[in-house]
Design a binder for this molecule. Structure first.
Ligand SMILES: Cc1cc2nc3c(=O)[nH]c(=O)nc-3n(C[C@H](O)[C@H](O)[C@H](O)COP(=O)(O)OP(=O)(O)OC[C@H]3O[C@@H](n4cnc5c(N)ncnc54)[C@H](O)[C@@H]3O)c2cc1C
Ligand SMILES: *[C@@H]1O[C@H](CO)[C@@H](O)[C@H](O)[C@H]1NC(C)=O
Ligand SMILES: *[C@@H]1O[C@H](CO)[C@@H](O)[C@H](O)[C@H]1NC(C)=O
Ligand SMILES: *[C@@H]1O[C@H](CO)[C@@H](O)[C@H](O)[C@H]1NC(C)=O
Ligand SMILES: *[C@@H]1O[C@H](CO)[C@@H](O)[C@H](O)[C@H]1NC(C)=O
Ligand SMILES: *[C@@H]1O[C@H](CO)[C@@H](O)[C@H](O)[C@H]1NC(C)=O
Ligand SMILES: *[C@@H]1O[C@H](CO)[C@@H](O)[C@H](O)[C@H]1NC(C)=O
Ligand SMILES: *[C@@H]1O[C@H](CO)[C@@H](O)[C@H](O)[C@H]1NC(C)=O
Ligand SMILES: *[C@@H]1O[C@H](CO)[C@@H](O)[C@H](O)[C@H]1NC(C)=O
Ligand SMILES: *[C@@H]1O[C@H](CO)[C@@H](O)[C@H](O)[C@H]1NC(C)=O
Length: 611
């Protein structure tokens, strides 16, 4: 990132600093070298890296708001207390067949930093007229994925981890974190201890001693290329505050007077438009060079032109939606909606994947869980004041510091293609939260609880995103169908995860002092028979908010982008965000998105002779 130093140079004679605009009329020019759609995780990396070259002018268009004054974004422990929130797109899925037709919320950041900025409560439980404190949803977990994941991506394309990988500052003295780097995203281990940390680590060490080749092994660092094991994870916080692509990339660029960077917020891209020549010449390759934007569904439309290219970084929901609205997608779907087909691309919107997540709550014998804080606004205020005072205390921490990644047992993989990228990539994850998660019920008036989150990080089920209608553009929510448990392999995998949790919680750290009392609402520490477990899964599974894959990259003609992330069959459009992942990363994907974006910035600079 050293090149960033040159950027105070003022170009073209006019001393003008980089600016954040809220009105398209105020944007100083209609023509840029690059237009980036989406100031999210990937988009901010691209915008910041491309404006390192002072001769290139970049416009970023972001639908959401500025993150600067949104307090719950910056306090690691806090999810938003409001039902829905001003920084969320508020998408939901269509009824999920295998989940008794329940719909699931699909939170997506509607703010600078995109989904790297948000914590969304999807519980709407209120007690005594106030909202529950909800610390539960965004764990800011930083996991890089296994070396097998990167090898697998490299096989379908030439993508490799970038040399300027955003990375990890020195660990706190008594926490020997090993995987270090020197990028802009701040990553730490836990900022504050909780009572589950030791129980998880000791539990895995005990099983590792007792069982040869234990699937519950301990790992001192899950970010070295082999992801398997239980231990401390890393989180995207620094100095007690969340580190997002807005705080790590975009704001520093905006604050350093880059005259070649303009950011337009509260404005949605509605569709891409072809260059005039290309639109009138049916024998040439369609060339998209303009972005149409609007601030409200009926408001005026504005157009901005990209001299070099348009980079879509609108995320796994926003990017396929924009492609479809621009006539790039499955021909029959577009025709049905009355959208002119520019290129027939059946893969757009398909291959939608997310990690299924099952939260099991246990009654526990402890007075240290977060529940008493959740019930006590005065205590919350005190913790917030401490955080505001010097960024310490419980609120400086994310709600979960330890987790485990596991492989499925070999016999479950007999005769099926392993959905994980390779032997260093996990199938299952267990996360431990020291308090009640109000996903389906409000926190009871009394009692203490923990939540164990089981997730399938290498699921086989895939769903799709389609448009609900052509009208309203990006103001109309698309139809999102994850098809959770559509492949029965995932049901077996989750059954195994439930069994593994029962095995893990029967080790001494969890049984001593009768710590685990029972599964919440039941009389036993087990969910019950296999049939009861499956019923429990159908009633309680949500997702981990990691949608990917809807504009997949690959070497085949049918894939949406090629290995340089250019959309096949058109000119002028590249995609840089989680929609290009051909398979779902077997980890929390933000590190993978940052890495993709850093690598993509190198590729774009190469392609335009900017190095
Ligand atoms: C609640 C939640 C918790 C999460 N927790 C973790 C975690 O602990 N660890 C982890 O690794 N990952 C986590 N993730 C996942 C991770 O945040 C995402 O995978 C990653 O941020 C995706 O990056 P992206 O650049 O693809 O999209 P985003 O970061 O979502 O960026 C897309 C941007 O495009 C904008 N946009 C979309 N459409 C338009 C349009 N038409 N016009 C203009 N702008 C548009 C959006 O507003 C947004 O700012 C979480 C996600 C959520 C939602
Ligand atoms: C999401 O819902 C909240 C609460 O209703 C609302 O304030 C916010 O504006 C919604 N987000 C969008 C993008 O409409
Ligand atoms: C889910 O909805 C479909 C379509 O309406 C219906 O056929 C099916 O029986 C429903 N399933 C359940 C479990 O209610
Ligand atoms: C940006 O410009 C302003 C006004 O010209 C100046 O005060 C400030 O020091 C500059 N900041 C940087 C980081 O160069
Ligand atoms: C149309 O495009 C084709 C292929 O790019 C080109 O050969 C031809 O000259 C173009 N025709 C016009 C009228 O621009
Ligand atoms: C929790 O607090 C109650 C009331 O003070 C006390 O009776 C109980 O023993 C405590 N339990 C634990 C596990 O410390
Ligand atoms: C931070 O502030 C709290 C009071 O808000 C105080 O108790 C604590 O000692 C302070 N910690 C540091 C490291 O200054
Ligand atoms: C889970 O455990 C039960 C009871 O011990 C066993 O019958 C079942 O086969 C196990 N299921 C899986 C998927 O491991
Ligand atoms: C974990 O193990 C350490 C070292 O043996 C021990 O000091 C500690 O009490 C154990 N904690 C739990 C919760 O088991
Ligand atoms: C738990 O056990 C009690 C007493 O045996 C019984 O009355 C109650 O119905 C049981 N509850 C559940 C949820 O099984």
């Amino acid at each position: 990132m050293l090149r960033a130093c040159f950027l105070t140079t003022v170009l073209s004679g006019v001393a003008q600093s980089a600016s954040l605009y809220t009105d398209p009329n105020d944007v100083p020019t209609k023509e840029y070298d690059f237009i980036v759609v989406g100031a999210g995780t990937a988009g901010n990396v691209i915008a910041t890296r491309l404006t390192e070259d002072p001769t290139k002018r970049v416009l970023v268009i972001e639908a959401g708001i500025d993150d600067t004054d949104v307090l719950p974004i910056h306090v690691p422990f806090l999810g938003l207390n409001n039902e829905g929130s001003i920084v969320d797109w508020n998408f939901t899925t269509v009824p999920q067949k295998e989940l008794n037709n329940r719909t699931l919320s699909v939170p997506r950041g509607f703010v600078l930093g995109g989904s790297s900025s948000i914590s969304k409560s999807h519980s709407s439980w209120k007690r005594n007229g106030r909202n529950e404190l909800d610390y539960s949803k965004d764990l800011m977990i930083w996991t890089r994925g296994s070396r097998d994941l990167w090898d697998h991506y490299a096989k379908v394309s030439t993508l490799v981890p970038s040399t300027s990988y955003p990375d990890i500052p020195p660990p706190p003295p008594n926490n020997p974190t090993l995987s270090n780097g020197n990028g802009p995203v701040q990553v730490t281990r836990a900022n504050f201890p909780n009572e589950l940390d030791d129980k998880v680590i000791n539990g895995s060490m005990i099983l590792q001693q007792e069982i040869p080749h234990s699937r519950f092994k301990y790992t001192v660092d899950m970010n070295t290329g082999n992801s398997i094991g239980f231990g401390y994870t890393q989180e995207t916080t620094g100095h007690g505050e969340r580190s997002s692509s807005a705080t790590a990339y975009l704001h520093p660029a905006l604050n350093s007077n880059r005259s070649n960077l303009d950011v337009l917020i509260q404005t949605r891209a509605m569709r891409l438009l072809q260059s005039k020549n290309s639109a009138s010449n049916s024998s040439s390759v369609p060339h998209f060079n303009r972005v149409e934007v609007a601030q409200s569904v009926d408001g005026p439309r504005f157009k901005f032109r990209a001299r070099k290219e348009i980079i879509l970084s609108s995320g796994a929901i926003g990017t396929p939606q924009l492609l479809l609205l621009s006539g790039v997608g499955p021909k029959h779907e577009l025709k049905q909606l009355g959208i002119d087909v520019v290129v027939d691309k059946p893969a757009v919107g398909k291959n939608l994947r997310d990690h299924p997540l099952l939260s099991t709550i246990y009654n526990v014998n402890s007075n240290q869980t977060f529940d008493d804080i959740t019930r006590n606004p005065a205590l919350q205020q005190q913790l917030l004041e401490q955080w505001q005072n010097n960024r310490t205390g419980l609120f400086a921490n994310t709600p979960a510091s330890v987790l485990g990644f596991m492989r499925l047992p070999k016999d479950q993989l007999n005769g099926v293609k392993d959905p994980a990228s390779g032997p260093h990539a996990p199938h299952l994850e267990m996360v431990f939260v020291d308090g009640f998660l109000p996903l389906f019920q409000p926190l009871p008036e009394t009692g203490h609880f923990i939540a164990v989150l089981n997730s399938i990080v290498a699921p086989k089920s895939a769903g799709s995103l389609t448009l609900a209608s052509a009208s309203g553009g990006t103001f109309t929510h698309p139809l999102i169908d994850y098809n959770i448990y559509g492949n029965s392999f995932d049901i077996q995998a989750m059954l195994q995860a439930i069994n593994d949790t029962e095995t893990f919680l029967s080790t001494p750290p969890w049984t001593q002092d009768d710590f685990i009392i029972s599964v919440f609402g039941r009389n036993s520490t087990s969910i019950g028979t296999e049939a009861e477990k499956i019923a429990f899964m159908r009633d309680n599974t949500i997702t981990l908010f990691h949608p990917v894959g809807t504009a997949r990259m690959g070497s085949k003609q049918g894939d949406v982008t090629n290995s340089r992330l250019l959309v096949r069959g058109v000119k002028g459009v590249r995609i840089v965000d989680a929609s290009v992942f051909p398979t779902i990363p077997e980890c929390h994907p933000q590190a993978v998105v940052y890495t993709l974006a850093e690598r993509a910035a190198d590729i774009i600079q190469e392609d335009h002779g900017m190095l």
